[in-house]
Design a protein around this ligand. Sequence first.
Ligand code: 0RA
Length: 651
Amino acid sequence: MQPPEKTKAGLYGASNIQVLEGLEAVRKRPSMYIGDVGIRGLHHLVYEVVDNSIDEAMAGYCSRIDVVIHEDGSVEVTDDGRGIPVDMHEKLGVPALQVVMTTLHAGGKFDKDSYKVSGGLHGVGVSCVNALAIRLVAEVKRDGALWRQTYERGIPTGPLERVRDLDSSDEETGTYVRFWPDPEIFKTTEFRLETLATRLRELAYLNRGLTIAIDDKREEDEELGREEFHFEGGIREFVDFLDETRDPIHGEVIYVENEEGDVPVELAMRYNDSYQENVLTFVNNINTHEGGTHVSGFRRALTRTLKSYGEKNGHFKNLKFDLSGEDFREGLTAVLSVKVPEPQFEGQTKTKLGNSEVQGIVESAVGQALSWWLEDHPNEAKAILNKVVTSAQARAAARKARELVQRKNAFSSSGLPGKLADCSSRKPEESELYLVEGDSAGGSAKQARDRHFQAILPLRGKILNVEKARLDRVLENNEIKNIVTALGTGIATTDEDFDLENLRYHRIIIMTDADVDGAHIRTLLMTFLYRHLAPLVQQGHVYIGLPPLYKVSQGKTEEYIWTEDLMHEKVAELRESGRGKVSLQRYKGLGEMNPEQLWETTMDPATRRLQQVTIDDAAAADKIFTTLMGDAVAPRRKFIERNAKYATIDA
Ligand code: 0RA
């Protein structure tokens, strides 16, 4: 079908006034639509485009999605679905593609049958991406032709064009969207491969059989820049992946699938010998970090079913403590995925499911399947129940340790650790806490800082690896005690102890050497913060301070440089200038800088570089930490190589 010739009136006529107003609203208040304009919001643009292709895959028409990060900073998403329709929209008198691309809330689908998301950060529509892009090119292959329309900040630069006929013998239908994020809107426009790859991998696990590939053309090493995800086993394989570096206590992943009714439920779970609970939950492919009714349903089913099985089979005979819900989740890795037709998302980050009917649906689906599984697998069931009992015993010990820390908080004179050089401000909004590797760098930082708003806590050597320890051991560690006391919030691992309101610094800045040891210490700290103070990370309070790698000087001018590439560029530039000898100093540790240099490069808000630590996705964080901590060297090297260079200007 061929759309009629578009006139200027058709493009910018009466119906389009509303369109322009809509796009303007998005540009005026981008955060209302995509959450924020930081690195997180930037990546949401890609997810928004990909979501439409995923919908097409869930409808059964798309088997492959390709994402490309181009050298010019744009991102391209291609799918082999049916293609966004290009025929005339009856009411609006413009092609459907243009409606989808320029009208708010006109999602990819016109029908309401699919499990499209309402609310939350996704599902705002590709038109938002368009509005926040300096340029966007949409191409569609369908109805025997290749079609194209281009936009600038959401406004079509011309009508939809029929570019050419398709080669009928081998060209398939599909949609292609490439966009350039608007630097007037976003604080940073640099996409992170690792962040995108993590989400795409997750989507591939959640949609078994679908192939999703990513290719980062900025990466010189082609191999390093490319990844392809395809999992026939779906979320069962997701559990294997999450537990790659852990030891399961039973071989088989427990798998539940219930497609009956309006709310399909899918669950994969397995216990390992660690002490962490690692339960990832999704509603319509969206990670529900804050939980909700589906999570309550799952937890209730787990507790109820294991408890009654354990009682029936005499596992609790010698237990001197009460069992709590947590005991049934220690060492549990699980992925729960439900599809809800009209989800209500609540909570601070709109990632908590509110629909009350979902709790019972999940509870009965999981309860029934799990009790059958236990009856069928008595040996595995025994191992799981032993683990539950051990956990209950350890929890009693952990409670004692926790009370010790709390008492110390309440009764010591200032309540603050002796090693802390506190700031004078009592306003958390302006206060910063630097966690500094080593006493000597700590000393320099104390001299360098602006004592009004910057506090310094030197950390000696390596902190405990919390991935491998139970909470009681974690809280016995001195460095950890100091950090927790300085922060003032308590530990978040058990909800009742934690209060974000008491946080004494709104920026927590990890400052370690730019070497392998530094990376290790940074990882240990991040692991601890992620595991036991997750809300701080979630709320964007945690940063990594990035010291420069080089100082390049010529005569009296000197410049600090943060990346290898820029160093080469700068050196070449200065040499060409012919103004004399160029000298290069490489910094290996914070200790090599005097306090002035440390202030200038790493602590002065005007010139320093901070990288905000985001927990967009618990799976990513957990995987990163276990990858960095684990024994497998290859994935760790890949991760470090990919991420070493991302230095973003202070958010
Ligand atoms: C509406 C109707 C149809 C397909 C799509 C939207 C569609 C949207 C997107 C967005 C990205 N990729 C997409 N692929 C398809 C189906 C119309 C039909 O052929 O019946």
